[in-house]
Design a protein. Structure first.
Length: 187
């Protein structure tokens, strides 16, 4: 028996003062049975950090689960179908990231998991540092746990980004999203 994805609806108001981007997004996210609330919320953080009118959650992930190598968690394509931005969430395989770097103009990995993410970075750093179009961002365990506590099937989130600092919240609850750039790629 195959388990179906759980559908989450999110209204996300973004005020990104660093990029002068102010927009409301009505999002539908499919949470695969193997995916945690923590990972779902990190996907929302990744969307908020790169949001524009053409950034989308990859459709293949709706049924395939979070480890499909054919598509990223999020991506942005140009009018010709060329991949401008490929975003992965979690601790992806080094080989898969190198392949993504060949397919896309820019690749961003949002790693999380505390010590597990630190070990992943130590093991893969040497191979990943050769990719000039790769950015690796690590989220603190405190941040991801606080974000997971916000997760519910009907979200009304607001996100503010100013001077490279991000806050996400719903109502009176706010989470400072602590992002550590481990490696910054060039476009």
């Amino acid at each position: 028996m195959t388990l179906n994805a759980t559908i989450y609806k999110a209204t996300l108001q973004i005020a990104n003062m660093d990029r002068n981007y102010y927009h409301d997004h009505a999002l539908t996210l499919a949470r695969h049975p193997s995916e945690t609330d923590e990972r779902l919320m990190v996907r929302l953080v990744a969307f908020a950090g790169h949001a524009n009118e053409v950034l989308t959650f990859a459709q293949g992930r709706l049924g395939a689960g979070p480890n499909s190598e054919d598509e990223p968690d999020l991506w942005q394509k140009d009018l010709t179908g060329a991949i401008e931005l490929w975003i992965e969430v979690g601790l992806p395989d080094e080989r898969a990231i190198r392949q993504a770097c060949h397919r896309a103009k820019q690749v961003v990995v949002y790693a999380y998991g505390g010590r597990k993410a630190d070990l992943w970075w130590e093991e893969n750093r040497g191979g990943l540092e050769r990719a000039k179009n790769l950015t690796v961002i690590n989220l603190s365990p405190e941040t991801t746990r606080a974000l997971a506590a916000l997760a519910k099937r009907g979200l009304e989130l607001n996100c503010m980004i100013q001077e490279s600092q991000m806050w996400m919240g719903e109502g009176e609850e706010r989470v400072e999203v602590k992002l550590t750039v481990m490696m910054e790629g060039k476009m």
